[in-house]
Write a protein that binds this ligand. Structure first.
Ligand code: PMT
Length: 424
């Protein structure tokens, strides 16, 4: 629609057999949620994966090795010094065998040991020795999850490229209520699928935004003069759609607030189509509440006609004067939310890129801004682009490159900054 707030959700493939032949190493650490790891083993195998389970000593106090053994079809490993098991498949061999390492539940203690590179038991040694992507699925008491030590450990692990899912909110085994529950099995399976997706290897985009809620605005806005005419701009939506796609590929749950463009909604992204700046403001603010990241790629009209004529007024041979009123600044309003997401703006400039970007960064209260030079054949409505990204105390140049590639690099950069902010 444009204007009627239509919401669409792109469908991604689901169903059995999505992990056929894939090798999943599941690390189970000590916590009441260890019993849910048994269901994970069942689901991974149901999807066709080969699963090997490594348990900490604490985990085996909650669930017996026999349970994991029966479900995985493989002997459960827990002891670095088990000669018989080492003779069958040594721990280094096991670390190489894994295509993905999933730690679920990941206790506060396991996160701390991994963040500091300890290798004092089999699970931590395997994580240090593997080159496979690492998915951490924390579950713990809500106060432990909120503790600055845990926050710093999570930030450090994310900054190093590990994917750390956000625990779910709800009743906890300890009788308290809050964030700390193990995410539902389909969310964990989805994160594993996105880590193993072709093209999501180390040289592509790892699932650095798994568990994050991201809002992207894209395209132009149209400000109606009357029933058929409008003020608009040349944004095609390509850059914003590429950012939404890249965020989705990085594992995020993505809402795309789009002005009128001729592009299909990216798969797996919730797209909200709007027409005017005021509609974009309403949809963006609603979606940004509770989001982790907001990326404003849209070319929002700075002004709208002071009045909208009805019908299609006839031409006046004497000419016409147009009165304009300023539109609200959508990204600046998002940056004023409390709590607020990490906010990334874009800036379309025709000169003095750095000066204008740094001034917009401050004026709009952004965390980061991606500047691009625009003109008749650059920036707007092109396949390629180049970005100069600024934040307080740093900058990075991305491209020139196709917009999909630029978006991928921008998402990787933002994910690192986002993790860094949370750790500071
Ligand atoms: O869509 P494409 O054809 O692929 O082109 C991509 C692009 C050139 C549109 C894109 O890369 C880009 O530069 N987008 C931002 C365009 C813009 O409006 O820049 P600005 O400098 O006027 O605005 C700065 C920031 O404030 C932007 O994040 C913008 O979304 C935001 N803004 C601006 C005005 C307003 N009323 N509300 C806003 O939120």
């Amino acid at each position: 629609m444009y204007g009627d707030g239509r919401v669409t959700t792109g469908e991604e493939g689901s169903g059995r057999g999505r992990l056929v032949g894939r090798r999943v190493l599941l690390v189970v650490s000590g916590g009441i949620a260890a019993y849910k790891a048994a269901e994970l083993v069942r689901r991974f195998r149901g999807e066709g994966a080969e699963v090997r389970v490594v348990a900490t000593a604490g985990a085996l106090r909650f669930v017996g090795a026999a349970t994991f053994q029966a479900l995985s079809g493989n002997r459960v490993r827990h002891d670095l010094w088990d000669e018989e098991a080492e003779a069958a498949m040594g721990h280094i061999e096991l670390a190489r065998w894994a295509e993905v390492v999933v730690a679920a539940p990941a206790s506060a203690h396991l996160l701390a040991r991994l963040a500091h590179g300890l290798a004092d038991d089999l699970p931590t040694t395997l994580v240090l020795a593997t080159e496979a992507p690492l998915l951490l699925v924390p579950a713990m008491n809500r106060v432990m999850w909120a503790h600055p030590a845990t926050r710093a450990n999570v930030a450090l692990l994310r900054a190093r490229g590990a994917v750390v899912l956000e625990p779910e909110e709800g009743e906890q085994a300890c009788g308290e209520s809050g964030p700390g529950r193990l995410p539902e099995t389909p969310i964990v399976v989805g994160a594993v699928l996105s880590l193993l997706r072709p093209g999501s290897g180390k040289d592509a985009l790892p699932a650095v935004l798994a568990g994050r809620r991201v809002v992207v605005t894209a395209g132009p806005t149209r400000e109606p003069l009357d029933a058929v005419r409008y003020i608009g701009n040349r944004s095609s939506g390509r850059m914003g759609y590429a950012v939404a796609r890249a965020a989705r590929r990085a594992g995020a749950e993505v809402v795309l607030v789009s002005g009128p463009v001729a592009l299909d909604s990216p798969a797996g992204v919730r797209a909200i189509r709007v027409e005017t700046a005021l509609e974009m403001r309403e949809a963006a603010l609603a979606a940004a509440r509770g989001a982790d990241l907001f990326v404003a790629v849209a070319a929002v009209a700075d002004y709208r006609p002071a009045r909208r004529e009805t019908g299609k007024p006839a031409k006046d041979p004497k000419g016409a004067l147009l009165a304009l009123v300023p539109n609200p600044d959508v990204v600046a309003e998002v940056a004023r939310l409390d709590p607020r997401p990490f906010v990334v703006g874009f800036a379309a400039e025709t000169g003095d890129l750095e000066e204008h970007c740094r001034s917009k960064l401050e004026r709009k209260g952004l965390d980061m801004i991606a500047g691009n030079l625009v003109g008749p054949d650059r920036g707007f409505d092109t396949e390629e682009n180049a970005l100069h990204v600024f934040w307080r105390g740093g900058e990075a140049r991305l491209g020139p490159a196709p917009k999909d590639e630029l978006a991928r690099r921008l998402v990787a950069l933002v994910a690192r900054r986002l993790a860094g902010e949370e750790g500071s």
